[in-house]
Design a protein around this ligand. Structure first.
Ligand code: NA7
Length: 563
């Protein structure tokens, strides 16, 4: 890797997950730009590189949680299960890296610590653990859940046993056989992990602050016949997915639940429950819009929990209350609730009585010591903005992104930030990101950015920056859309509620992938309003630019050159 400022890249990208890999593919191979991707891990995969805890699995269907930009790639890769495991997703990421020879332009094992826009030279200086880089464009593809969090618990440093966070699981694994395990956190991760570790461990004590709603995955193998059928319609499926609310195809809702009697509503939900997967939340059109409608699905899940879990007190603690189903991310499990029927699993609620402290021997709650040899933190992430605010990113006049976002993130389209010229974000705050199938969002963001860079080159723009007013309107749009839903009623990481002191602002765009795409496409079709630009020192050729999509042919760059 280059470690001085004497050589300039067109683009420095942070992160070689699915966002960074597709950026490299498009910007390097189709736009002909000189791109360097900086990655702190030692291979590609991002989220799927780090989150290698037992049971880690994607809860978007594998046929959608994979790229659509190359139909040959799509037609030749075979997913073995409906919901892919972490090792299989990582293998896919590595396959993609090899197929497009991405590794040669990725600096592995290098951590970006900050980046600063140099106004005089119109370049970005990117600070890394091994030196500085310079580039015309700075693009982040850091994922939304990459800044993991271990809560600040008294005495943690004195614990005699092993401490591990699920997002930093040792590659060699953690031997839990015969061990007493304390598992803290019951979000999607804890819910996937528990059924895997309970059979190995001597004992697992689960510390639950908030009970989550979880639905069964009903994961299964994808047989050859099914795969042949999928391949024959893959392109069409993706075409629909791109314009769908969640960037993947879920069964259509059965209309409003409010006009239905409970038995009819329950029979719809029963069908979703037996089909499995996150489509449960989309059983009706108004689940996320109306509290009475939401109660029906929430009651249904509580009824199932009481049926599954034999001990009534444990079942009661596991029943989520006080917030709408779906307002915190719905969890998808395999045998989570069933695992509480095992003799070696104990549930401790820390809702009213938080963890007091950690001692050398275990976890203390309400004066009682729960002995442990291993503490597993399944405590999640400083989501969405955390990956940014952990870095020192400086825009025009040295303004700090951390300060700019101290009351909540401001972006234009979730892709750019006022005051930070020539910087773009993939799945940034204000985009559908975590409310969508990430791959659908990633492809759309990267395509949009690639098209915009092409447009800039064609018309001679050398500096582009979202205007304050465009950003304000987009932030209002994001807020308005969120406040029309029940998402804002849950103390979720979507709202920053899991991190003490973080502003409570709903961060993703809740209007759906399809609607968001239309917003972005409209901006492109209108010639990119909402930006203030400076131009090269000559009369620009006003080239016609047509937006492209992941499966489309890229714009003609033969005439495009960079200033
Ligand atoms: P989540 O969904 O943020 O879950 C973290 C869990 O850890 C959740 O149950 C938290 O309780 C709990 N937590 C967090 N901090 C503490 C403290 N200080 N004490 C006790 N318990 C705590 O993260 P996941 O990794 O499970 O999932 C993240 C996403 O990854 C997931 O949605 C998928 O998209 C994949 P809380 O609910 O905040 O009360």
């Amino acid at each position: 890797m280059q470690d001085s400022t004497d050589e300039m890249y067109d683009v420095v990208v942070v992160g070689a997950g699915f966002g960074g890999m597709y950026l490299l593919r498009r910007l390097r191979d189709e736009l002909g730009l000189r791109v360097l991707v900086v990655e702190r891990g030692d291979t590609v995969g991002g989220t799927w590189y780090w989150n290698r805890y037992p049971g880690a699995r994607c809860d978007a269907e594998s046929i959608f949680y994979s790229y659509s930009f190359d139909s040959e790639l799509q037609q030749t890769w075979t997913w073995s299960e409906k919901y892919a495991t972490q090792p299989e997703i990582l293998a896919y990421a590595e396959h993609v890296a090899d197929r497009y020879e991405l590794r040669r332009d990725i600096a592995f094992g290098v951590e970006v610590t900050g980046a600063a826009y140099d106004e005089a030279r119109n370049i970005w200086t990117v600070h890394t653990s091994t030196g500085e880089l310079t580039a015309k464009y700075f693009i982040t593809a850091m994922g939304c859940l990459s800044a993991s969090r271990i809560p600040d618990l008294d005495g943690l440093g004195e614990f005699n046993g092993t401490v591990v966070h699920t997002a930093d699981w040792p590659r060699e694994g953690v031997d839990l056989s015969g061990k007493r395990v304390a598992m803290i956190g019951t979000g999607s991760t804890g819910i996937q992990l528990l059924p895997q570790i309970a059979p190995q461990a001597d004992r697992v004590t689960v510390f639950q602050r908030t009970a989550n709603y979880s639905v069964p995955a009903r994961n299964r193998r994808l047989g050859p016949d099914e795969y042949t059928r999928i391949r024959s319609v893959y392109r069409n499926l993706w075409e629909q997915a791109r314009f769908s609310p969640g960037g993947q195809i879920l069964a259509s809702p059965a209309g409003s639940v409010l006009g239905l009697d409970r038995a009819t509503a329950y029979s719809h939900l029963e069908q979703r429950w037996s089909e499995g997967g996150p489509g449960f939340i989309a059983a009706f059109t108004d689940t996320m819009l109306n509290e009475n409608a939401n109660d029906v699905s929430a009651d249904f899940v509580r009824d199932r929990i009481r049926e599954i879990v034999r001990q009534p007190e444990t079942a009661d603690l596991l029943c989520p209350r006080g917030y709408p189903i779906g307002s915190k991310r719905i969890c998808v499990d395999t045998d989570y609730y069933e695992t509480f029927n095992r003799d070696n699993v104990e549930l401790v609620s820390i809702r009213e009585t938080p963890i007091e402290r950690i001692t050398p021997d275990g976890v203390v709650v309400d004066g009682a010591l729960y002995p442990a040899d291993v503490i597993i933190f399944a405590t999640g992430f400083d989501a969405i903005t955390g990956p940014f605010t952990r870095l020192d990113i400086r825009g025009r006049e040295g303004r700090s992104l951390r300060d700019e976002w101290s009351a909540g993130p401001g972006t234009y389209l979730g892709l750019t930030v006022h005051g930070f010229p020539n910087m773009f974000m993939v799945t940034g705050p204000g985009s559908p990101s975590v409310l969508s199938n990430m791959i659908a969002s990633i492809e759309q963001h990267v395509d949009w950015i690639a098209d915009y860079l092409t447009f800039m080159a064609n018309v001679g723009i050398v500096t582009t920056e979202a205007t304050a007013s465009a950003q304000e309107s987009w932030v209002s749009e994001v807020n308005e859309v969120a406040h029309a839903t029940l998402y804002v009623k849950g103390a979720s990481w979507y709202m920053g509620a899991n991190v003490p002191g973080k502003p409570r602002v709903f961060m993703p765009y809740a209007g759906g992938v399809g609607t968001y795409r239309q917003h972005c496409d409209l901006v492109a079709a209108k010639g990119y309003p909402g930006f203030s630009n400076t131009f090269r020192d000559f009369e620009p050729a006003r080239a016609a630019v047509r937006p492209t999509r992941s499966d489309g042919v890229g714009p003609d760059l033969a005439s495009a050159s960079h200033a």
